[in-house]
Ligand binder design. Structure first.
Ligand code: HEM
Length: 433
């Protein structure tokens, strides 16, 4: 296929094999001007690290929208830093933690970091296994499963509900809302966005956190014994920034809701990519069964080889040069974790799945720098527990030929999004154990 006129952000034909498109770009250099949106793609590993760490020249304000960002002012001159900040409210999704910068970002991150302490993750461990077992029970006897819809989707929603300590009722409601959630498609309209199940999830979280804030208010002291709910949401409701000031209710709710957006489908689709490998590589399946201690290496190589985040965005704030290419202030950057992870200059023979790579954890699947994925330790645990439990109860895992075709003529469909590497479905057959 010819990539000359391809547009990463709208071209559905790039969805099936993004690796081939990135190989095409990389053949031109680690940093490449794109024919659309006046954008530049960074596809080299070292250059992606530089991009992520250089907060003087590059902004994360378009981390969500990438090349689709629309600036509400004309770009003039070689430094648009002040204009970006002055116009932040007009830029779509620039109020999300992943798009914030400096002290405001550090404040927001400090609120979330209390959920991701090693002791909290340890506390969650038995729930991760119990949730996995409960979901496996739902399909086990049939000997077949679509791992995306019947396992990963609900699993991701339930784990984040448990992370937030939600009640059984809310947990079940959020599962129903989110288990079939689809990534935002390339041609999404504003109306489509408002139909996103994260909207009702955010509204419910707002009510739950608001109730706890009210219960903690000084005027409510006499009723506190009646109203107080000593749970994790209550800790979030009471949380303060490092300087002792209180975040707004909207900020706390936004953070809690963002966890579902950032953590559910990413984990779901990574698991599916992993089971695609497990089902098509009997040697790897046998090795993981014989030696579960290799599961962490499998996960790291999976994150590198076919991680679930394809691309994000950065914006040039101050004119600079990267990888020998001059980038003008105002230029949107296609930043791709996936492309960096397949750079042969950093990972020899990158299209080969090799669990024995040296320094296997140095991939960029969870980003780098100030915005490095805060949920990475949880995601790693979720995927490890899932692989362990699924392998323990599913013998001889293979692809369903009825859905994916026979060996030599396999087909897989991916969701039309530029953000996630998202199999629409992965139908497996297995011998119940
Ligand atoms: C396999 C699963 C996951 C992958 C591949 C992934 C990937 C990423 C990446 C690449 C970033 C950085 C984006 C950027 O720099 O523009 C990020 C940020 C983030 N992720 Fe994850 N993520 C995963 C799971 C999770 C989970 C389970 C949670 C929480 C429950 C989570 C919460 C977040 C948050 C809050 C941020 C923003 C951090 C900040 O801006 O400081 N992620 N993730």
């Amino acid at each position: 296929m010819s990539y000359e006129k391809a547009d990463w952000y709208t071209d559905v034909s790039l969805v099936d094999d993004p690796h081939a498109y990135f190989d095409y770009l990389r053949a031109q250099g680690p940093v490449v001007r794109l024919p659309h949106r006046n954008a530049v793609a960074v596809v080299g590993y070292e250059e992606t690290v530089q991009l992520l760490l250089d907060t003087e020249h590059f902004s994360e304000i378009n981390a969500v929208t990438g090349g689709m960002v629309e600036l509400p002012f004309p770009v003039e001159g070689d430094d648009i830093g002040d204009q970006l900040e002055a116009n932040r409210k007009q830029i779509a999704f620039a109020d999300q933690i992943v798009a914030e910068q400096g002290p405001r970002h550090a404040d927001l991150r400090s609120i979330l970091s209390r959920l991701f302490t090693p002791s909290r993750l340890k506390q969650l461990q038995p729930q991760l296994a119990a949730t996995a077992e409960g979901l496996i029970d739902e399909f086990h006897a049939s000997g077949r499963v679509d791992i995306v819809r019947q396992y990963g989707g609900p699993y991701g929603a339930l784990v984040i509900s448990d992370l937030l300590g939600l009640s059984e009722g809310t947990r079940a409601k959020f599962r129903a809302l989110l288990e079939g959630a689809l990534p935002v498609p390339m041609d999404a309209t504003h109306e489509d966005m408002m139909k996103n199940p994260l909207v009702p999830v955010g509204k419910d979280l707002f009510k739950l956190i608001a109730r706890r804030r009210l219960a903690n208010h000084a005027l409510m002291r006499p009723l506190r014994a009646l109203l107080a709910q000593e749970d994790i949401l209550n800790d979030l409701a009471k949380a303060t920034y490092p300087d002792g000031s209180k975040p707004s209710l909207v900020d706390v709710t936004g953070l809690a809701a963002f966890l579902f957006g950032a953590g559910q489908d990413t984990t779901n689709r990574l698991l599916a990519n992993g089971f695609k490998v497990i089902a098509t590589r009997p040697d790897i399946q046998a090795e993981l069964r014989a030696n579960p201690a290799r599961i962490p290496d499998f996960i790291e190589e999976l994150l590198r080889y076919d991680g679930s985040v394809k691309s994000g965005g950065r914006l040039c704030r101050k004119t600079t040069t990267l990888g020998g290419v001059e980038i003008k202030a105002g230029t949107p950057i296609l930043m791709s974790h996936m492309a960096a992870n397949r750079d042969p200059a950093r990972f020899p023979d990158p299209a080969t799945f090799d669990m024995d790579r040296p320094r296997i954890k140095e991939h960029l699947a969870f980003g780098r720098g100030a915005h490095t994925c805060i949920g990475a330790p949880l995601a790693r645990r979720e995927v490890a527990v899932s692989i362990e439990r699924l392998l323990a109860r599913m013998g001889n895992i293979r692809l369903s030929e009825a859905h994916h075709g026979p060996e030599g003529a396999r087909h897989f469909e991916y969701e039309p999004t530029y953000v996630l590497r998202a199999l629409k479905a992965l139908h497996l057959e297995f011998d119940p154990l």
